[in-house]
Design a protein around this ligand. Sequence first.
Ligand code: A2P
Length: 277
Amino acid sequence: MEKTFTLSNGVTIPSVGYGTYKVIDASAADIVRTALECGYRHLDTARIYGNEKEVGEGMQMSSVPRNEIFLTSKVWKTHLSYDDALRSVEESLKDLQTDYLDLCLLHWPMPEGDHAHWQQRDLAAWQALERLYEEKVVHAIGVSNFLPHHLMPLLAKANIKPMVDQLEIHPGYCQPYAMSFCQKEGIQVEAWSPLGRTRVLEEPLLLELAEKYGKSPAQICLRFALDNGVLPLPKSASLERMKANLDVFDFRLSPEDISRIFTMAQTGWSNQHPDTF
Ligand code: A2P
């Protein structure tokens, strides 16, 4: 079963990544080391997470060589200009103790209401990522939280098409329009909070599917992403759950069960109202 996806530029990316949002306390570096040593080869961080130093330390502490790790970081929306985006990536590289990123994303589009020239701001920062890509400082580039109406103006002006869009996707919030828009454009979708911050895990449908497939509700969520061609980025501080979240390659959800999850997301579930970042 697919343990990697291939991005539109041919770069291979491990199909389950370790999300590091909120991995920030004194044990953060240890947690990252543990994730690598229990099998993760894909780490997802961001400048705004405030943990790049710890992620870098965790990589140094682990026995896994840098070239076996797929490392993503992101440029925060306060840095959506050409120069600021370049500076942000430079700082990320320093904190992460590395000289390249496997993937660099614009973390969030410029909010339309905040800036009359939001499309130009997104484009200027994107052009900085294009330059870093040409210089091979970053091996793939993409965006995050860009919906189709953010992507369309960018696609119209970009020289290099984003290879990835990282979106909030889980069984309570599937974003089918954004998902299929990206997939038609050949943009790999990644899922942040693929477990719905645990709030979907008690849903009767997920409990039923967990029973049916002999897996946990969290593993059903991760398979839901993978079976839709979406790359999940679960996070866990517990070794047991880290391992469980990688143990999702021995089953697939049936098309009917996938449809039932989409219907659940549309028609309501017990604890909806996903909070925002
Ligand atoms: P913990 O760190 O104690 O494992 P999301 O990735 O959707 O934002 O969800 C993250 C939350 O999910 C964390 O609170 C994490 O807690 C919890 N979590 C991670 N993996 C599992 C799992 N396999 N089963 C239940 N909860 C999980």
